[in-house]
Design a protein around this ligand. Sequence first.
Ligand code: SF4
Length: 305
Amino acid sequence: MTAPTRPTGPLSDASGEDLHTPVIDWFDEHARDLPWRHPDAGAWAVMVSEFMLQQTPVNRVLPVYEQWLARWPRPADLAKDAPGEAVRAWGRLGYPRRALRLHGAAVAITERHGGDVPTDHAQLLALPGIGEYTAAAVASFAYGQRHPVLDTNVRRVFARAVTGVQYPPNATTAAERRLARALLPESESTAARWAAASMELGALVCTAKNETCHRCPIAAQCAWRLAGKPEHDGPPRKGQTYAGTDRQVRGKLLAVLREAHVPVPQSALDRVWDEPVQRGRALDGLVADGLVEPLPGGLYRLPLT
Ligand code: SF4
């Protein structure tokens, strides 16, 4: 028996144009006043916010973002400091390799682009640590360009409103990229507004759980809602477990090193997690990722180079 094929294309009759105006109008009225959205924020601020927001909610990002930009207002300021200082300042945002990648991008911007975040999408993409999403987001939000910006929130809105399913696939597919390109407004400035607006709609209204369709500006066109909200029948969604994982152990080990401004002995790290095999694996992973520097004499610190 042949397995049923899951839909990959739009099921809704709604065209991009049917969606653009209501979503952008909603955004004009309801968008959160966030510092990286201020007209004078600048491209570096947008880039910093995008690195931080990729896997961390806005309320946790805000204080770290403010401190970060106060300390390193330009890429060259960060590039002058040790990468370990970026890891320290990253604090408890999680996924701290992002701090190293942001530092690496700041160095490259300083060396290759005279300290200014490049405006060209290809040049952004060529920076170390910058992937398709971040390059498109910076080009769009900082420079008002026309690029599909596909983050988790946008993917969920498109999955529901256009494709008619509850959740997008676990990883971004070619079909989603095609759909995002097809939905992109022609005008550059409208496309940039659309990118920000569709993302905000996913963050505030079309949330992963308990979406509030009665507040949604495209409820009348939404394919998933019109179909009676069929339940997700795709592969299980990725969980977000943290307790007991290597990620948790890595976080505890890094916290010790962030607090200490001198190299710490192995014994100080051993105290944070009882299970030695998992602890050793977590520490080895941090060293392999360049987040921790082992020193002679069994000492450890955040990386200086
Ligand atoms: S109507 Fe509901 S499910 Fe559809 S896009 Fe709006 S919030 Fe999401």
